[in-house]
Design a protein around this ligand. Sequence first.
Ligand SMILES: *Cc1c(COP(=O)(O)O)cnc(C)c1O
Length: 429
Amino acid sequence: MIYQNTLAFALEQDEHDPLKSFRQEFLIPQHNGKDAIYLCGNSLGLQPRSAKQHLKAQLDAWETHAVEGWFTGDAPWLSYHKQLIPTLADILGAKPAEVTIMNSLTVNLHLLMVSFYKPTTKRYKILMEAGAFPSDQYAVESQVKFHGYSVEDAVIEVKPREGEVTLRTEDILRQINDNAGELALVLFSGINYYTGQFFDLEAIAKAGHEAGAYVGFDLAHAAGNVPLELHNWGADFASWCSYKYMNSGPGGISGAFVHEKYFADDALSRFAGWWGYRQDKRFLMAPGFQPEIGAEGWNVSTAPILLLALHKASLEIFERAGGLKTLRAKSERLTGYFEYLVNGINQKAGTEVYKIITPANAADRGAQLSVVCKNNARAIFNYLEQNGVMGDWREPDVIRLSAVPLYNSFTDVYNAAECLFKALEATNS
Ligand SMILES: *Cc1c(COP(=O)(O)O)cnc(C)c1O
């Protein structure tokens, strides 16, 4: 793809963008009476216009049917989630029975570790990326302590090489291999939240299994952003959140993937609740837990219908947009264009004022670019905010910017880069 650093080029790309109509389906925050340039979809995706209707429909069902809503109405609540599963399974590259919708992400990581972190005296270590999202670090820390181990002993972090920021796949695989006898679990994010690096999950799953460990993925920054093949890659489990690239609202509902090879595995422990009970027998309220076959057997509590309604509003858009393959094609071009423009600023400035630490290879990243500002980082970020460019700040000097293919345009990216350029002069005190 040959890019050009002109507004005319950006406008023309937008004109020919097969996904351009989807921008109208989202509510874009306003800045001085105009659409802000929202590049924070990696943190909180925008609200679909249809979210209010979906929510209202369920408030109305509650009003009309009250408790009968579980069994009657257009979409009885007892099976409401089933409408969402096919699209979600497509996004994850999973079989429908391998996917369930429940709880929030960190809670699900804990529940899944109850099943898939089963330390023994020989095999008790967890391998993860250094600099994982804090919640994942805390979850792992508390899990190993719960089993009586220390973090220093039981948690192995794969670190970048001296002078590097991202991880090399070969280093990840080597460390898995080097610790083969002791690893109970390999837990990796799909995309690192800080650098935006998209890991080779297939290779990690394979190496983890060869080492005799279970392999799980946290897909917070990957789900709805990059195509995934959880089933074929052989991941044992995964979880994600729906409020980042899946636009399902702040604190939106999470979900879990459990590979079908475990559906009949009675040796796996789990923390059970009635919503994971065999659906044909749940309301017999009998003693003795019998799980539903499939990922739904990991559910614990009553489905939160209002959160599911928001998730449904968003997933319907993914469905109509043609799923991740279509979105990814635009995403690669959008992010590639952004990278080209940022590199152009460095050329004009005659020095690398903005260092992109996200991998340059499109296959190794999603929508996000993490940009290190060499000078006046915080002032540059403030300048962007004051001028209607919404990114997000990570200490000490990183601005994360994500152009999301469902609602961001090439013009957004062009204007954001213009603002980054102007910020240099404005902050050059
Ligand atoms: C966003 C994010 C979380 C957040 O977890 P919650 O339980 O939803 O608060 C956890 N892990 C990763 C990797 C994330 O990016």
